[in-house]
Design a protein around this ligand. Structure first.
Ligand code: SAH
Length: 520
C-alpha cells in the first residue's frame, strides 16, 4: 500500500433524507425511498415504519430506533431525535430518517427539517403512502367517490395536550367535508363522535376503524357515529388505528378486497431448513396469511477448519473441486479470503457444481463452473463426472460435516481419490422451546407447515416435549400441513394428526390445500 500526505480537509457535511415508509406493508415504500435506504449510513426509524424495510439497509449502517408510541413510552424525545439527525449529518453521514406513512402528515417531519435548516444541513424529502389512504383502501373504502363525496379531510384525533383550546372547528368539518379521516383518534373516539353529532353530522353516518392497515394483522370494525366508540371498545381495538367517517364507508360491502382474501386473518408458521426466503412464504402471503418463518436448522462453521486449510494449501493440485450446496460455496470462499487468497488459488483445478443456483453463486466469486449436470442432484453430478472419466483423478469436495456418502462412494468406485472436507455444519437451533411454545399456545397459530421429514423432526426437537399427550395439547389449535405422504408419516409417527396434505407434493398444491381447508 502507498501512503500520501494529505492536507487537512474541511469536514464534509452529510445529508438527511426524510423518507416516508408507507403505512405498514413494507412493499408500499416508494422506489426512491428504497434506493435511499440501500445507500444509507445511518437510519433513524420509528415504530410505525415496518422493520422489514431495514432489510434494504447495508449491514454496516448504524440503526437508531427513535421509538415514539402513544402513551408516553417514547424512546427519545423529539429534541433528542432532532439532535441525533444534526449530529450524524455534521459527522458527514448519509442519514435516512424513516417515518411511518408520509413524513409531513402528522409525522413532525416539518419540525425536524426546520432544525436541520437552522444548522444549514442539506436535506430531501420523499413522500410516502399515508395511513389514511391505506386504511381506507385496505378496508375496501374508496376515500372519495363521485356519488358520495367530493372532499376529504385528514384530522388529528389527538391534539397537542398542552393546548387549552381545540383548533378543530367541529362545526365546519362536521358538515362541510364529505369524508373525515382521524389519525390518533382511538383514545378520543367517543368525544370525536359526539362532537361530530353535536355539530350536525347524522348519527347514522357510517364509520370504519382500521388497525394496522395494510398488514396481515389488520383488523377493522364498522359502525355508525352513534355506536362506533362502543364497538371499538368491545373489540379491544388499540392504536395504531385510523377512523374513517363518511357515506363512502357503505361501499365496503362491495369492495372489501383485502380482508376477503382466502387466508386473511390466518397465522401460518412455516418451518424451513434452508436460509433462503421461500416460495411457500410468498404464496401464503399472496393469499393473505400472516406468516411466521421458523428456521429448524442453522448453518454454522465446522468444529475445525484444519481439514479445509490443508486442502486449500494444495488447492491447485486437485483435478476437480465439487460444490453441492450454496452454504459450501459461501463458507469455502469465506475461509479462502480470510487467508488472503482468491479464486486464482484454484489454478488448473476444474470445478463442478450440483445445479444452476450453485453455478450462479460460484459466478459471484468470479468463477464459471466447468460442469453443471443435467440432473440437479448429487447423483446427477457423480453420473456426469463418471461419464467424463475420473479414474486416477483427485477430487476435493467441501461440504457439510455430516453429508450423504453417495457422491464420494460413486466417484471412488469409478477410480477417483476423493477428499471430503467439512466447511459447515447443520445445527438444530436450541433454546427456542419457550418461544415456540408461547407462539403455539398464545399466538393463535392456525397452521404449521412441514415440507420435509427433517423439518418435522427438527421442529419437534426444538419444541422439546417428550410427553405425547402434552405435545398434542400444545398443537391442539393448530392444523398440521404436510407436503406429502412421507412427511405426513413422520408427523403421525410422532403421535400427531395431519390435517392438511395435498394430493400432489408441490408447494403450490400445499398452499391450495391450506386454502381449501379453511374454505371448507
Ligand atoms: N405520518 C403517518 C402518521 C403518523 S401519526 C402517516 O402518514 O400515516 C400516527 C397515527 O397514524 C396512528 O396513531 C394511527 O392513527 C395512524 N397510523 C399509522 N400507521 C397506521 C396503520 N398501519 N394502520 C392504522 N393507522 C395507522
Amino acid at each position: 500500500m502507498t501512503y500520501m500526505t494529505q492536507k487537512a480537509q474541511p469536514t464534509r457535511i452529510g445529508k438527511v433524507y426524510l423518507v416516508g415508509a408507507g403505512p405498514g406493508d413494507p412493499t408500499l415504500i416508494t422506489v426512491r425511498g428504497q434506493n435511499l435506504l440501500a445507500r444509507a449510513e445511518v437510519v433513524v426509524y420509528d415504530y410505525l415504519a415496518s422493520s422489514k424495510l431495514l432489510r434494504h439497509v447495508p449491514k454496516d449502517a448504524e440503526f437508531i430506533y427513535a421509538g415514539k408510541r402513544g402513551g408516553g413510552k417514547h424512546t427519545h424525545t423529539q429534541d433528542e431525535i432532532n439532535q441525533i439527525l444534526v449530529d450524524h449529518a455534521l459527522a458527514g453521514k448519509n442519514v435516512v430518517r424513516l417515518k411511518g406513512g408520509d413524513p409531513f402528515i402528522f409525522g413532525r417531519g416539518g419540525e425536524e427539517l426546520e432544525v436541520l435548516a437552522e444548522h444549514n444541513i442539506p436535506f430531501e424529502v420523499v413522500p410516502g403512502v399515508t395511513s389514511a389512504t391505506a386504511a381506507a383502501t385496505y378496508a375496501g373504502v374508496p376515500i372519495t367517490h363521485r356519488g358520495y363525496t367530493s372532499s376529504v379531510a385528514f384530522i388529528t384525533g389527538h391534539e397537542d395536550p398542552t393546548k387549552t383550546e381545540t383548533s378543530i372547528d367541529w362545526d365546519k368539518i362536521a358538515t362541510g367535508v364529505g369524508t373525515l379521516v382521524f389519525y390518533m383518534g382511538i383514545k378520543n373516539l367517543a368525544s370525536i363522535a359526539t362532537n361530530l353529532i353535536n355539530a350536525g353530522r347524522a348519527a347514522s353516518t357510517p364509520v370504519v376503524v382500521v388497525r394496522w392497515a395494510s398488514t396481515p394483522i389488520q383488523r377493522s370494525v364498522v359502525g355508525t357515529l352513534a355506536d362506533i366508540a362502543d364497538r371499538v371498545k368491545a373489540e379491544g381495538i388499540t392504536p395504531p388505528a385510523l377512523v374513517v367517517v363518511g357515506e363512502v364507508v357503505q361501499l365496503r360491502d362491495k369492495i372489501n378486497w383485502f380482508e376477503k382474501r382466502p387466508l386473511f386473518g390466518k397465522r401460518v408458521m412455516v418451518t424451513r431448513t434452508r436460509e433462503q426466503a421461500s416460495e411457500l412464504v410468498n404464496l401464503l402471503e399472496e393469499q393473505g396469511a400472516d406468516v411466521l418463518e421458523r428456521a429448524t436448522i442453522s448453518i454454522q462453521d465446522p468444529d475445525s477448519w484444519a481439514p479445509l486449510d490443508q486442502a486449500l494449501a494444495k488447492l491447485n493440485q486437485y483435478d476437480w473441486v465439487l460444490f453441492t450446496s450454496l452454504n459450501a460455496i459461501r463458507n469455502f470462499f469465506g475461509r479462502l479470503h480470510a487467508q488472503g487468497k482468491d479464486a486464482r488459488a484454484f489454478g488448473p483445478a476444474r470445478i463442478g457444481v450440483v445445479g444452476s443456483a450453485t453455478a450462479e453463486a460460484l459466478q459471484e466469486y468470479g468463477l464459471l463452473a466447468d460442469l453443471v449436470p443435467a440432473k440437479f442432484t448429487s447423483e446427477g453430478l457423480s453420473e456426469s463426472l463418471v461419464g467424463i472419466g475420473v479414474a486416477g483423478k483427485s477430487i476435493l469436495i467441501p461440504r457439510a460435516a455430516k453429508a450423504r456418502e453417495i457422491l464420494t462412494d460413486t466417484l471412488e468406485q469409478a477410480g477417483a481419490t476423493t477428499e471430503a472436507v467439512p466447511v459447515y455444519q447443520n445445527v438444530r437451533p436450541s433454546g427456542y422451546d419457550e418461544q415456540l411454545r408461547q407462539e403455539l399456545t398464545e399466538g393463535c397459530i392456525d397452521v404449521v407447515t412441514f415440507t420435509s421429514s427433517s423439518t418435522v423432526t427438527n421442529f419437534l426437537h426444538m419444541l422439546n416435549e417428550k410427553d405425547p399427550g402434552k405435545l398434542a395439547e400444545l398443537l391442539q389449535h393448530t392444523a398440521i400441513a404436510a407436503i406429502g405422504p412421507i412427511t405426513g408419516q413422520t408427523v403421525r409417527d410422532n403421535g400427531l394428526a395431519v390435517a392438511i396434505q395435498p394430493a400432489t407434493h408441490t408447494i403450490p398444491a400445499l398452499v391450495e390445500a391450506i386454502v381449501r381447508h379453511f374454505a371448507g
